[in-house]
Design a protein around this ligand. Structure first.
Ligand code: SF4
Length: 433
């Protein structure tokens, strides 16, 4: 499958389906996931998903669907017939590209893997599995209920069932040394096909991990140690041909996650299900939608009013500029400044761009593409602080006579401190002429 015809300028339209249930709550997780030991009424939830899809299609009108993503929660707890019915309804409401990427997130337990053939028959062509670690003792510490052997067995089934598969690992775990991560990542890359997602463990508020961390009972690597692990990640994935196309995502060229690219390229997507977020465009107005998080309350709302939305907020031009900057700078392909100006009516000042470029935090291009990223040598400068820019009016460096750039992107170093880079660029926004 190729993503070549979906671009920064035209990221396409996608549908996100949120399945909110998990077999058990992982102690680090702040996703909208809920445990129901007595089970759930799957027929009721299916009816609610179908009804919310109908209402969404009435609201936004015709679209061509480039990607569909079942996320969660644990969507591999859904019956294959539920997945099939949702995909059938999407196909009735909208036109779906024949090469649409249709992904389902799966936990690699043995029960879930037995359903893979059913998901494939339903129309799923890509599976993304939450391995999280290839070390049994760390899986236990992460509160996972699968083993490394389960993960490898699920992978073997995925390989022969789906056109594409990916898996996730979490690194910068408590006590993880650079040598330990290097060895685990090498094993993972031997198992990988064309895509892996490698996330740094973050301590999210209001989780059991946050409480343990606050009590000094859970020590995660400090920023320097985390940076060393990030550097190993960039080095090994690139050497293996799985290029870092986003901060945490690595793929062979053309095998990027089409659905996730759509988010980061600031495309349009409908969010369906409890807690799902959407960004839809109706009569040229981009709107943020947020659904009720609690599953049964969401189903009550859908039954009463046809949808579970609790927020439907027009996004102003300047908010669109900030959102596009925040999402797009995650990507190695960067941001088209003309599109930013068209959506948000603003451009970052040349002074801020020159300043960040001088610090090695961003690259600029004056044509349609960047020069290849230079490997290595990006640890030499300070990473934990960016000296403040003098402001939007700061003139470009002396001798900087090049025309304004057409594209900007964060360098690997800039992606590691992305919030600071986004903040400086956003503060420098001036009205586009
Ligand atoms: S399985 Fe995934 S969504 Fe569910 S609790 Fe664990 S991390 Fe969260």
């Amino acid at each position: 499958m190729s993503v070549d015809d979906l671009t920064r300028a035209d990221p396409g339209f996608g549908v996100y389906i949120h399945w909110p249930f998990c077999a058990q709550k992982c102690p680090y997780c702040d996703f909208n996931s809920h445990v129901r030991f007595a089970g759930w009424d799957e027929d009721r939830f299916l009816a609610a998903y179908l009804r919310e899809l109908d209402t969404t299609a009435q609201r936004i009108g015709k679209r061509t669907v480039a990607s569909i993503f079942f996320g969660g929660g644990t969507p591999s707890l859904m019956k294959p017939e539920t997945v099939a019915a949702i995909l059938d309804r999407i196909g009735e409401l909208w036109s779906v590209r024949p090469d649409a990427e249709i992904t389902l997130e799966a936990n690699p337990g043995s029960v879930e893997a037995q359903r893979f053939a059913g998901y494939r028959a339903a129309g799923i062509n890509r599976v993304s599995m939450g391995f999280q670690s290839l070390r049994d003792e760390d899986l236990k510490r992460l509160g996972r209920i699968h083993s490394v052997a389960d993960a490898k067995a699920a992978l073997a089934i995925a390989r022969t069932t789906f056109e594409r598969y990916s898996f996730d690992l979490i690194y910068a775990r408590p006590g993880q040394t650079p040598d330990a991560w290097r060895s685990e990542l090498k094993e993972a890359l031997d198992l990988a096909d064309s895509h892996v997602s490698l996330y740094q463990l973050t301590i999210e508020p209001d989780t059991p991990y946050a409480a343990l961390h606050a009590a000094g009972k859970l020590i995660v690597p400090d920023p320097d140690a985390a940076l060393a692990l990030y550097e190993i990640t960039q080095e090994l994935t690139s050497a293996g041909g799985l290029l870092p196309y986003e901060i945490s995502n690595h793929a062979r060229p053309g095998e990027e996650s089409r659905h996730n690219l759509l988010y980061w390229r600031y495309g349009e997507y409908a969010g369906i299900g409890p807690g799902a977020h959407g960004r839809t465009i109706v009569e040229s107005q981009r709107t943020a939608t947020v659904a009720e998080r609690h599953p049964e309350t969401w189903a009550d709302l859908v039954e009463a009013q046809g949808h579970g939305l609790i927020e439907e907020t027009p996004i102003s031009a300047s908010e669109q500029a900030d959102e596009m900057l925040l999402m797009g700078l995650r990507l190695r392909e960067g941001i088209d400044l003309d599109r930013l100006a068209k959506l948000g009516g603003v451009r970052p000042s040349e002074g801020a761009i020159a300043h960040l470029k001088e610090l090695g935090m961003i690259d600029v291009a004056h044509g349609a593409t960047f020069e290849p990223e230079l490997p290595g040598n990006w640890r030499n400068n300070e990473l934990d602080s960016i000296p403040m820019c003098a402001g939007p009016g700061l003139p470009p460096d002396a001798g900087h006579n090049a025309p304004p750039p057409s594209l900007i992107r964060a360098t690997p170093k800039g992606r590691f401190v992305l919030n600071a880079v986004v903040s400086e660029l956003s503060k420098s926004f001036t009205a586009s002429v």
